[in-house]
Design a protein around this ligand. Structure first.
Ligand code: NAP
Length: 292
């Protein structure tokens, strides 16, 4: 079966254009453009690239984007102090603390210090709880992007059997809550798999929509899927590539070459879920404006 590649770059451009129009309308009513502040701690090169891309996208959408870069040696108190300043900064609508944080920092403590009404990453316990209750305020950007991908490509999850690999608070758990919610973008029958799941291949083969978010390159192979599956690859893994100038390439958790032969639709890596995450972050920042 020929697969249909879901182009995340193209879909995210649509959402970014919608956000840009929304920003234009807001600017005519507000004294200032919407503001997104990103706190970046340490010098992880991948995080630096993600933050740069987020800020570039915010500026292209007409928002004010600023990054507060802090050294790796920053203490938890110092980071929380910065977050507290952003919490009361009237020009800042959305706050994102780029993860992962250095090992000596408790991520949950820092995330919980963000004003829940500015928590555009949706990771504050209040926002996670609202989502789990089926009444979301901010939906974490990656899961929100996946739902948009499905809806905008005619793969409505309603009534479908969805299998999710991974149960992290950033991806697996919120996407399971979203897809099992009542209403548009939800109404799916959802199964979550993790490292203790037995007979994972059998579970995966039952999926009409399979979402992989585990961080293991090429984990899902063609024998683990059924014909016609919609395969969504969240994984972003660096693997060595001697033929590349930088010495590595990015691959997903799904073996693209094998699974694409059986899938009815599949997301590539890069150019799939990743760009959607940025677009949804901007969309969440617009929502945040309405909360002040
Ligand atoms: N595209 C994007 O914008 C975006 C955003 C976020 C993350 N990501 C990528 O998505 C991937 C997952 O990220 P994450 O933050 O969710 O990862 P994470 O916090 O490390 O969680 C990984 C999950 O995978 C499960 N797992 C590990 N090995 C497994 C196995 N052999 N079989 C089944 N399940 C297994 C773990 O199970 P246990 O709970 O049992 O340990 C855990 O629930 C990474 O590659 C990350 O870079 C991409």
């Amino acid at each position: 079966m020929d697969s249909k590649i879901i182009d995340g770059t193209d879909l995210s451009a649509q959402i970014k254009a919608e956000v840009k129009n929304h920003v234009k309308r807001l600017k005519s009513k507000m004294a200032r453009p919407p503001g997104l502040s990103v706190v970046l701690v340490g010098d992880d090169p991948a995080s630096a690239v993600y933050v740069r891309n987020k800020q570039r996208a915010a500026k292209e959408a007409g928002m004010i984007g600023n990054t507060i870069a802090m050294p790796h040696s920053s203490t938890e108190d110092e980071i929380i102090q910065v977050v507290n300043e952003l919490n009361i900064d009237a020009s800042c609508d959305g706050i994102l603390v780029q993860l992962p944080l250095p090992d000596h920092i408790n991520e949950a403590t820092v995330t919980s210090s963000i004003d829940p009404l500015k928590d555009v990453d949706g990771l504050h316990p209040n926002n996670a709880g609202l989502l789990a209750a089926g009444t979301p305020r901010f939906v974490p950007a990656t899961p929100g992007g996946i739902v948009q991908m499905l809806l905008r490509t005619g793969n409505n999850p309603s009534g479908k059997r969805v299998v999710i690999l991974g149960r992290s608070n950033i991806v697996g758990r919120p996407i399971s809550n979203l897809l099992s919610m009542k209403g548009e973008g939800g109404d799916a029958t959802v199964t979550i798999c993790h490292s203790r799941t037995k007979n994972i291949g059998d579970v995966c083969r039952s999926a009409e929509i399979l979402i992989a978010a585990i961080g293991i390159p090429g984990f899902v192979t063609s024998d683990m899927v059924s014909d016609g599956v919609v395969a969504i690859d969240v994984g972003i893994n660096r693997v060595e590539a001697t033929d590349r100038k930088r010495g590595y390439k990015l691959v997903g958790d799904i073996d693209f070459s094998g699974v694409s032969k059986r899938a009815s639709a599949i997301t590539p890596v890069p150019g799939g879920v990743g760009p959607m995450t940025i677009a949804m972050l901007l969309s969440n920042t617009i929502d945040a404006v309405g909360f002040h």
